[in-house]
Design a binder for this molecule. Structure first.
Ligand SMILES: *[C@@H]1O[C@H](CO)[C@@H](O)[C@H](O)[C@H]1NC(C)=O
Ligand SMILES: *[C@@H]1O[C@H](CO)[C@@H](O)[C@H](O)[C@H]1NC(C)=O
Ligand SMILES: *[C@@H]1O[C@H](CO)[C@@H](O)[C@H](O)[C@H]1NC(C)=O
Length: 321
């Protein structure tokens, strides 16, 4: 019995598959008759990488390194030195990075983000070359200082970035968003199609990371961040306001809840995504970004996440002046 059932089932299956293929190929004959067109991916005669693109596209390596080690350590307890030592290029190990006490969902997300940053580093370094990982300060005390600066007083006890998922996500709130505003700001300066394609791909994923982090925080906007008398929403507003102050170029950073005039079309007080008047992402220059990530308000004065400053021609030249 059984031996005859199987072949008849199989032959019926094969006949129906053939009918599907046959009818599909009648409807869309090019599926079988021609090579599908998957290009062109750039204009004919366009140049891949203009010499002026190189420094511009290397600069973001500073932030990508910061993200890579913050996320990898946070999720896994180790960083780029173990996962892709060739991308470190001899830079010193990050200060104070450690495994965070994350719930499973958060750990899965951050693990993915960490590996994504490895891909970003590899993509940038293999396209435009790169430099050694700068010294990074990922210590709890550095994050505590950032939060103190954001609130304008000493939080007691000091904020602990690695203590739990919400604290870690609040600390992460500070990271991809700065990168994404940098990519938006850099885009108009690029000439080559390869570098434009690269920045488009980087911007897409950085924005996605930022959206996931913001959504996580928006869901918990009204919760108090233990043991402080401040809500998650208030933390985001304070961090964003501080970044605007350090950047010194106007409103480019918004918390997860906002007054209506900063919401989409002046009609939402939710602000899952931070964006301008036309709901377009804000852009920042390299100097603005350095003022923020140095925590000093000056692109000439290193500190914050980069105790010795960023690497690469753009950051080093700004540091000298
Ligand atoms: C979290 O993951 C660990 C190990 O992967 C597993 O043992 C544990 O049951 C998970 N916890 C929850 C709440 O799913
Ligand atoms: C906590 O903050 C709320 C709102 O800002 C305020 O009304 C309340 O008095 C504060 N509670 C404590 C214990 O400080
Ligand atoms: C939002 O409100 C501001 C004034 O607060 C106004 O200038 C702007 O045009 C409004 N934007 C839209 C999209 O309606």
């Amino acid at each position: 019995m059984a031996p005859s059932v199987l072949p008849s089932f199989l032959s019926a299956f094969i006949i129906s598959m053939l009918m599907i293929i046959f009818s599909a190929s009648n409807l869309v004959p090019f599926v079988v008759s021609k090579q599908p067109r998957c290009g062109p991916t750039h204009r004919r005669g366009a140049i891949p990488i203009h010499p002026e693109d190189i420094d511009l596209m290397q600069f973001p390596l500073n932030l990508e390194h910061l993200e890579a080690d913050f996320f990898l350590y946070g999720a896994l307890g180790y960083g780029l030195d173990k996962i892709a030592p060739e991308l470190v290029m001899g830079g010193p190990p990050p200060k104070g990075a450690m495994k965070a006490n994350l719930d499973n969902l958060t750990r899965d997300i951050i693990t993915e983000f960490g590996y994504q940053e490895v891909g970003h580093l590899r993509a940038i370094k293999s396209t435009v070359g790169g430099f050694a990982r700068p010294l990074l300060d990922l210590s709890a005390s550095n994050f505590a200082k950032i939060m103190d600066d954001a609130f304008g007083y000493h939080l007691v006890p000091p904020f602990e970035p690695y203590a739990n998922s919400i604290n870690y996500m609040l600390s992460s709130y500070a990271v991809p968003y700065v990168g994404l505003t940098g990519y938006v700001g850099t885009n108009p300066f690029l000439i080559g199609y390869k570098t434009k394609r690269l920045i488009g791909g980087l911007l897409g994923v950085e924005s996605g990371q930022d959206a996931v982090i913001r959504m996580y925080l928006y869901e918990r906007a009204k919760e108090l961040v233990h043991p402080y008398n401040h809500t998650v929403a208030e933390f985001t507003m304070r961090i964003s306001n501080m970044r605007d102050k350090l950047g010194m170029c106007g409103k480019k950073d918004e918390g997860v809840t906002v007054p209506l005039e900063l919401g989409a079309e002046n009609r939402t007080s939710s602000n899952v995504l931070s964006a301008d008047y036309s709901s377009l992402s804000y852009g920042r220059t390299a100097a603005e970004i350095l003022r923020i990530v140095y925590g000093s308000g000056s692109e000439h004065v290193p500190g914050g996440f980069f105790p010795q400053g960023g690497n690469g021609r753009i950051a080093r030249e700004l540091l000298k002046n």
